[in-house]
Design a protein around this ligand. Sequence first.
Ligand code: ADP
Ligand code: MG
Length: 277
Amino acid sequence: MTEWLIETVDLTKVYGDGAEIRALDGVSMQVGHGELVTVMGPSGSGKSTLLNLIGALDQPTSGRVIVNGHDLAALDDVDAFRAETVGFIFQLHNLLPTLTARENLEVPMMGHLESAERRIRSEELLRLVDLGDRMDHLPNQLSGGQRQRVAVARALANRPPLVLADEPTGSLDTQAGRSLMGLLKDLNATQGTTFLVVTHDLAVARQTSRVLVMEDGRIVREDHIGSPLEEDLKMWRHSELGERILEADGGTDTGLSLTKSQRAALQELLRSAEESR
Ligand code: ADP
Ligand code: MG
């Protein structure tokens, strides 16, 4: 096993011949085995391009992508790589409308598993995403959130080490989006699957420990949520002193010589630590 599940080196993708568009402009990043990482950034910043290159759906103009020890430029069999190593989830679920949930899951297993095993595996996966009672429903008999859960289960069909999800919550309402992200977190924790998830939703991104922020084809920042400072603030919030500061108003003595505005600023900081729990 190599150190990283995903590694890109100076990855560049240029579209067009006349007025060229640098969709990716020298992206070097790594994702470890078992991580759940989100990618954020404005529309057009290169998020989908990055995922497509990592999933071998497209080829870079220059630079390298190494996934699970495979240098993608040197793949003998791209289809086999995709089937065995990467599951995809897109904004629109892309389920086949005339097939039931179970049959949709069996499609990617064809050529990999016998019919009886496909059935067992697809039922197991549908139970895993909490759709054990919807196996024989067609996509249009399911809610948007349920359809997206089928798409998640389908991405896991061949037990890939990596799942790439491009705005999987983009077509869902806030509640269904949070719930879907909760599912990805559970699968990450229980199945050990590595997830790289593009999202526009800060609340969704905050549920993950690492956020890569893209702008103009580059990763411009990396946020670690649940940083030591944030953890310290949470502890402080629940300490005796923290409680005293939060409860203090003009008349009470915090035991600290604070001006009114200092006290207000501290209170706000402590409250923000509480809210982000
Ligand atoms: P994001 O997913 O962050 O919205 P994309 O990766 O889809 O961004 O696109 C990055 C840039 O590359 C955009 O300027 C987009 O218009 C351009 N682009 C993406 N795909 C193509 C393509 N097939 N042909 C030409 N330009 C493209
Ligand atoms: Mg996109």
